[in-house]
Design a protein around this ligand. Sequence first.
Ligand SMILES: [Mn+2]
Length: 356
Amino acid sequence: MDRIASLKQAAFKNGESDGFLIFNQANLIYFTGFSGATALLIPKEGTPTLYVYNVNYEQAKAEGKTFVVALVRRSGDLLECIAEQVKALKIKNLALDAASIESWLALAKKVRGTTRLKVQGSIVSALRKVKDAQEIELMRKAAELTSEGMRVAYETLAPGMKEYEVAAEIEYTMRKKGSYGTAFETIVASGLYSAFPHGGCSDREICKGDLVVVDIGATYKHYHSDMTRTLVVGKPTDKQKKLYDIVKKAQDKSLEAVKLNVKARAVDAAARKIIAEAGYGESFVHNLGHGVGLEVHEPPVLGPYSKEVLAEGNVFTVEPGIYLAGYGGIRIEDTVLLCKDGVQKLTNGPYLLSKE
Ligand SMILES: [Mn+2]
């Protein structure tokens, strides 16, 4: 079933809504495959309307063949165009995936007396959590490119290099092999900066003995991926080895816990238990993982407070870490796919603490 048909089934089946308005950029790409649209109106019956500005109009007509393409001449006209169409189609209950407060109030005013608005973003989010075959293929490709980048990170890292030089080699390779861009700003965080989960990438020179957290992601046709490895430039100390083994074991145990219909928080707990038992519970300062897809962070969340249940077709990260301020940090992350018969790693690469 195509994605719009799935949305219609989920949103309109009980008669609560008879139209769905999509504003969120990733959701627009999900339903249209096109990144230049501003809004999409999906009525219960008939052809959806794609709203685009002049700058993207010709491309939308070329790429959005299954939609009515409506030209919006000025930004102030968008809600007016939508309101007219909503009234023409006699939509009584319009669901929205998201809207700014200003847009919501303005649209509500324009359709007052004819149409009620309600937020139903979770319907789209539930669809997007379960990747279809086409999405999985694109995500495999994105993950493959990311793994290539990580291979280059291992090859390149050496004392005396600046963090940004390593990032440049990684990004060059991913791009050269077909990546459309990076899923987020590349992290090459060395020394004390490795203790900051979002340590970034600076002009710092990498020193012998440093822990270096490399967190990267390629994109492929709008799909993201996410992978982290940590290594020591030079010979690791006993403490570095010990911390690495704890994090690796936490990842292994949580991956063992990933199964169909398992609570996401149970998977988080499997990793957290290993780290806590080793005495570093307070130093695992983030969730175990997050969904990946058209966005690098999307549902399902794998954390202690998550209410999600994992299902076939979910793609998410498994990324335990230990961060010790004033010392350094270690994180290991892979993007994985939950299949009928178990979990599959989409990102692939060795788990080596050092090249020595
Ligand atoms: Mn991540």
